[in-house]
Design a protein around this ligand. Structure first.
Ligand SMILES: [Zn+2]
Length: 429
């Protein structure tokens, strides 16, 4: 048998027969750079290090994808099926009592798990009234003109007798850098939190008493702010604080994404995202320390760390700023290797938008990456409101051009500077 010369190493696909429901197949890996690689007859750009990526549109049934180099031809077969569409209908029913199973249960503005539709996080044991359902969600009655949605798995329906909550008292305190308002009831009630133009509004609903029973706490918000809702023995507290203005009073969490068995995205050359995240994080923290900024790394080596633990580190250290470092990848979607590249910065809460915008600008400037935009997404580590949290996707692991950057030590240094400068510019604002 003739010895086989490897003409390319694919990261995806890993099999020659692939069964999928996707409309596109994303193919990426490393080819010998001198090779002229074609996929289904199209010449494919290969970076000097051999990295390539390409998307093929799939039709129903069998799709033949032919990778050809000077060394030979390899055939991949994709079998695409289209899943039957489920028609999900909304359903109304009589007012039914229920209680929330555990803390931090998202209350949503629409019956969808994802996106920016979280309007509150209910505490375990909160009594609610549901009056309809859609798919995997119940519709929650908050007041006459306010409804919300909650996952069915997060609540237990009951025919127990609930009594309306009794209002106990209200309080307000003003400190140098914070305002705290509280309101106490005889039991836990559903609430929503809103970051409006000028203030943070906590609304607490008591629908068992009447469908017009709503209590509001409003606190004006400063320029750079963080806030938190907490509950202790029936007393809801809303705290709105001003972020410290001096560098040496600020606490910054630098979070290297993934780690340990969780590798993150795999690049065209087989590089693992977790390692690149860590290198950038370590170097960025060194720069920040030189500026007398209190920096805490969520991980300093290659170990497993849950998302909950990362948030816990931030909370235990009273973090003001949280920056999570990642590199991006794409799935089976159409891509343009000249456009689907570079840096994007994500935020979830409005109070983190300013930091996200400054970071995007500063990072792109320092690291010389494509500006892939400031975006919103519901990532767990950037959901808390008691710090300004952003997630930086520094470059695309799956982009051949970007693979020339993240495999270069000099670029890692520039990326670290970009992260540090973004934070410093925000603090000095
Ligand atoms: Zn990641």
């Amino acid at each position: 048998m003739m010895s086989q010369v490897m003409a390319f190493e694919l990261i995806q696909p890993t099999e020659k027969k692939i069964y999928t429901t996707n409309n596109y197949a994303f193919i990426f890996g490393k080819a010998k750079s001198a090779e002229s690689l074609t996929i289904n007859g199209h010449h494919i750009y290969t970076a000097p290090n051999g990295a390539f990526a390409h998307t093929v549109e799939l039709h129903e049934g069998e799709n033949r994808v032919v990778l050809k180099t000077l060394y030979g031809v390899t055939l991949y077969k994709y079998y695409k099926t289209t899943p039957a569409k489920q028609d999900i209908q909304a359903e109304d029913f009589e007012k039914t009592k229920a209680y929330v199973n555990h803390d931090n249960t998202p209350l949503r503005s629409s019956p969808v798990d994802g996106g920016l539709n979280r309007i509150g996080h209910l505490f375990g044991g909160t009594h609610i009234i549901v009056n309809g359902s859609m798919g995997t969600f119940y519709r929650v009655l908050l007041s006459k003109d306010k409804e919300a949605w909650i996952a069915k798995s997060d609540v237990t329906l009951t025919d127990e007798e609930f009594c309306p909550a009794e209002f106990i008292n209200m309080d307000s305190k003003r400190y140098k850098n914070a305002i705290i308002q509280s309101i106490a009831f005889s039991k836990k009630l559903p609430y929503t939190i809103e970051d409006s133009e000028k203030e943070i509004i906590l609304r607490i609903y008591n629908p068992e008493l009447s469908d017009e029973s709503v209590y509001n706490l409003n606190i004006p918000k400063p320029e750079k702010y963080a806030y938190k809702v907490s509950l202790d023995e029936g007393e809801y507290t809303l705290k709105v604080r001003k972020l410290p203005e001096k560098k040496n009073e600020i606490t910054v969490i630098i979070d290297a994404g993934h780690g340990g068995s969780e590798k993150g995205a795999i690049g065209c050359l087989g590089d693992e995202e977790k390692n690149i995240n860590l290198q950038i994080a370590l170097q960025a923290s060194e720069i920040l320390k030189k500026h007398n900024i209190n920096v805490i790394l969520t991980r300093e080596c290659d170990g497993n760390l849950s998302l909950k633990d990362r948030i816990k580190i931030a909370e235990e250290n009273d973090a003001d700023i949280f920056v999570s470092i990642h590199l991006n990848s794409i799935g089976d979607v159409p891509m343009n290797i000249h456009k689907t590249r570079g840096t994007s910065v994500y935020y979830f809460n409005k109070n983190s938008e300013k930091l996200a915008k400054i970071m995007e600008k500063e990072f792109v400037h320092q690291a010389g990456t494509n500006n892939d935009g400031v975006k919103t997404a519901s990532f767990a580590v950037i959901r808390p409101t008691n710090y300004n949290g952003i997630l930086v996707e520094a470059a695309y692991m799956t982009n051949p051009h970007d693979s020339m950057l993240y495999t270069d030590k000099k670029w890692i240094k520039k990326a670290a500077k970009g992260i540090a400068e973004g934070i410093i510019k925000f603090i000095n604002l």
